[in-house]
Design a protein around this ligand. Structure first.
Ligand SMILES: Nc1ncnc2c1ncn2[C@@H]1O[C@H](COP(=O)(O)OP(=O)(O)OP(=O)(O)O)[C@@H](O)[C@H]1O
Length: 308
């Protein structure tokens, strides 16, 4: 599997504050990588370093197989990005802004501007000055500019900001299409779990500047987020049975009579059998599936500010 981007111990300090810390991220060619984290986690900072806007304090970034250096301008031609709020020449029209970007990037393809505007449903507004654009329209124009030169790698920072639900869905469909038909690799940040869940092949979860988890959606699904919740007044003995008899390490004591066991290491039948054989009184026993949202809260220590 070819890798488009790897970061090695990527760290960014501003003043005395470490905003991104020892971050090791891996993005495979052709995938949509969902970069998930609560507000202020460090997503934008990482994206600014990847797009060479900010220099890392330490660590490095390997992009398209080569180390990114402060003067690595050629890489940028292979990338499209929209980070934070897109900025345009407000007195120029949407079409003029896009044409200008093509010139700036040295990209000459006669129908690219038209195509990008049509992909983003902007064709009817081509002649409108950007200063007359709504926030959602600017966001569309930002994506149009990012995809204009058919980049291999697209870096999008919370691209659905300012969009209504129909617009969000349209964007998701567009990203899937760009990935599948244009073979673009896409890094997309979000604090909205629902957005990432249905889109990404891999998710990286950042929390307080650290990548706390990087996992493929397939692995996440296969791993199974199914768990059993067992109610018993004999928590200590039950945990002993898990570790000593069943060799289960993935469980969590929720309170003094409730325990949650992630069931990949043993079947629920085996768990029930072992508990009853050890004369542990079971007051409740049921299986549930953890949502990605719960998973996210778990790995970020329950401090997420996420919402749907
Ligand atoms: N120029 C700066 N100077 C000092 N601190 C900064 C600067 N830019 C960002 N930070 C701080 O770095 C941390 C990470 O910010 P960043 O914007 O990367 O997070 P984020 O995950 O993109 O958040 P959000 O989802 O709110 O956009 C925050 O605590 C922020 O206050």
């Amino acid at each position: 599997m070819q890798t488009i981007l790897t970061t090695n111990h990527l760290t960014k300090q501003i003043g005395t504050e470490t905003i991104v810390s020892d971050l090791n991220m891996h993005i495979a060619k052709g995938e949509i990588y969902g970069f998930l984290g609560p507000n202020g986690a460090g997503k934008t900072t990482v994206m600014k370093m990847i797009t060479n806007q900010w220099k890392p304090t330490s660590g490095d970034i390997v992009l398209f197989g080569e180390k990114l250096l402060p003067d690595s301008y050629s890489f940028l031609k292979r990338m499209g990005s929209m980070i934070e709020f897109p900025v345009f020449y407000n007195e120029l029209t949407a079409e003029e802004n896009l044409k200008l970007h093509c010139e700036y990037m040295g990209y000459y393809s006669p129908d690219s501007v038209e195509k990008a505007m049509s992909l983003l449903s902007l064709s009817d507004n081509r002649g409108k000055k950007v200063k007359e654009f709504s926030l959602g329209m600017k966001q569309r124009l930002g994506i149009a500019r990012a995809v204009l030169t058919k980049p291999e790698f697209l870096v999008l920072d919370e691209p659905t900001n300012g969009l209504d639900p129909a617009g969000m869905k349209q964007f998701r469909d567009l990203f899937r299409m760009l990935c599948k038909e244009y073979e673009m690799t896409i890094l997309i940040s979000s604090h909205l779990l629902s957005e990432i869940e249905s889109l990404a092949h891999t998710i990286g979860i950042i929390h307080k500047g650290r990548l706390v988890k990087e996992i493929s959606m397939k692995e996440l699904t296969d791993k199974g987020l199914e768990y059993l919740e067992i109610k018993t007044s004999e928590i200590t003995r039950a945990t002993y049975v898990f570790t000593e008899c069943l060799n289960i390490s993935n469980f969590k004591v929720l309170n003094n009579n409730l325990i949650r066991v992630y069931t990949k290491e043993a079947t629920s039948r085996e768990i029930m059998k072992a508990l009853t054989e050890n004369q542990i009184e079971i007051q409740g026993f049921h299986s549930q599936t953890e949502s990605l949202e719960e998973y996210f809260l778990k790995v970020t220590g329950g401090e997420s500010e996420c919402g749907n």
